[in-house]
Design a protein around this ligand. Structure first.
Ligand SMILES: Cc1cc2nc3c(=O)[nH]c(=O)nc-3n(C[C@H](O)[C@H](O)[C@H](O)COP(=O)(O)OP(=O)(O)OC[C@H]3O[C@@H](n4cnc5c(N)ncnc54)[C@H](O)[C@@H]3O)c2cc1C
Length: 392
């Protein structure tokens, strides 16, 4: 697409081809700005799990006319239940209902591979260079460069670090920074699975004492499941167990929880430690800025990490198209994103603390949630599900 190309023929160098980097490639293409993406991995692999692409992220993509066929590639979420470990009802989270009430596209439950394929269709002819690990950047008077581990460099008008929670570009901006580790592990897998307790489009979270389980219908006869368990940080960082160990931890839980573990091949289960970082107020320097987990890594409780990366991408592309001075455009993008991403990072951390509570506090937690009026739950969803209007 060249129709909306900026007058100075600007070029954006994107570091990282994860969800954020690919979304940025797609968004820049949609506004007619040239981009090149540089990815450390030797091949594009999305990892074997799933996620929810929440309504606000779908709205963001739509605002630039980007349609990646999410509902065909995954499954629209129709219900979101919170249950106890035996499957007893605690609450309905009215996330799908609020999307309908606000006239938003649905949240889509999808495998990471299917999401990556969709994003790649929108990235189109934007070049993706594989096997290029960034180690730092340089600002110049009229541009910026990324420096790669193999000694090469790439230069453009601006450089965007979309290189994830361990971002090399962020490390140059901030210096050494501790990881925040709440002390639990997440297991993740996708399996062919159906169960009478799980209707089409179901998202079901099962809350126990210091451990949880999630089942999400990603369509095409498959479910994405995840599980969490409190443990010392050093064990979570290098979890040594087996599928039988996981199954043992969920003995006596709802039948669908136990059955989904049973049908999953051990090799398909991934273990990831729960991690985030202290919120970074200023994530840019000169003609360089950050996006997605590189800028604001968050715990997974709100399921908004990828959505915030997609929102960042859309806002950044629209801002670069609107403001001709590259440095001013990057600072304007950061200003637009700071408050919203800070709020989501902090809300994710607060929710994570509640969700991982152990007995007896978790009984109080469950009782409190049972009593929250549906209108209050809806109000909590409205803000986050609404993608803020982007100036064009
Ligand atoms: C268990 C779990 C469940 C989640 N569930 C959800 C959910 O339901 N909904 C949701 O919205 N989000 C969810 N998230 C969060 C989401 O996965 C992340 O927020 C999202 O992937 C961030 O995208 P990103 O592109 O910023 O980073 P990443 O996906 O980490 O991509 C970074 C990319 O940069 C590359 N890279 C890294 N270093 C370099 C380098 N030095 N040079 C070049 N390339 C480099 C990496 O190889 C990678 O391709 C979940 C996360 C986890 C862990």
């Amino acid at each position: 697409m060249t129709s909306n190309r900026t007058p100075n023929g600007r070029k954006v160098i994107v570091v990282g081809a994860g969800i954020g980097g690919l979304a940025l490639g797609a968004a820049l293409r949609a506004v007619g700005i040239d981009a090149e993406i540089y990815e450390r991995a030797p091949e594009l692999r999305a990892g074997g799990s799933g996620l929810g692409v929440v309504s606000n992220a779908v709205t963001a993509l739509e605002s630039l006319g980007i349609d990646i066929g999410l509902e065909q590639r995954g499954q629209a979420m129709h219900s979101f239940a919170i249950k106890d470990e035996k499957g007893g009802h605690i609450a309905w989270l009215p996330l799908p209902e609020v999307s309908v009430e606000l006239g938003l596209p649905p949240t889509v439950l999808i495998s990471r591979t299917a999401l990556q394929q969709g994003l790649l269709t929108a990235v189109g002819d934007v070049p993706i260079h594989l096997g290029r690990a960034a180690v730092g950047f340089e600002n110049h008077a009229d541009g910026a460069s990324v420096l790669f581990a193999d000694g090469s460099r790439a230069t453009g008008d601006v450089v965007i670090g979309a290189d994830g929670i361990n971002s090399a570009l962020r490390a140059q901006i901030t210096g050494p920074e501790p990881m925040q580790e709440p002390g639990y592990v997440c297991w993740l897998a996708i399996a062919p699975f159906q169960h009478p307790n799980l209707p089409t489009g179901a998202a079901a979270h099962y809350w126990g004492s210091g451990q949880r389980f999630g089942l999400l219908d990603i369509g095409h006869g498959e479910f994405y499941w995840w599980a969490t368990k409190n443990m010392p940080v050093e064990v979570a960082n290098d979890w040594p167990g087996t599928k039988d160990d996981i199954a043992a931890l969920y003995t006596g839980w709802a039948d669908e929880v136990q059955a989904s573990i049973r049908v999953t091949p051990e090799a398909d289960i991934i273990a990831v430690p729960a991690r985030d970082r202290a919120f970074l107020e200023n994530w840019g320097q000169g003609r360089v800025t950050l996006l997605g987990d590189a800028a604001h890594p968050m715990l997974t409780s709100l399921g908004q990490g990828a959505a915030m990366a997609i929102e960042d991408a859309v806002v950044l592309a629209a801002t670069l198209a609107r403001i001709s001075d590259p440095t001013a455009a990057l600072r304007a993008y950061e200003d637009q994103r700071r408050d919203r991403t800070r709020a989501v990072v902090e809300a994710s951390r607060a929710l994570s603390e509640r969700e991982q509570l152990e007995d007896p506090e978790r009984q109080i937690r469950d009782e409190e949630l049972r009593r929250v009026p549906i209108e209050v739950l809806k109000e909590q969803q409205r803000d986050i599900l609404t993608f803020p209007v982007v100036q064009r």
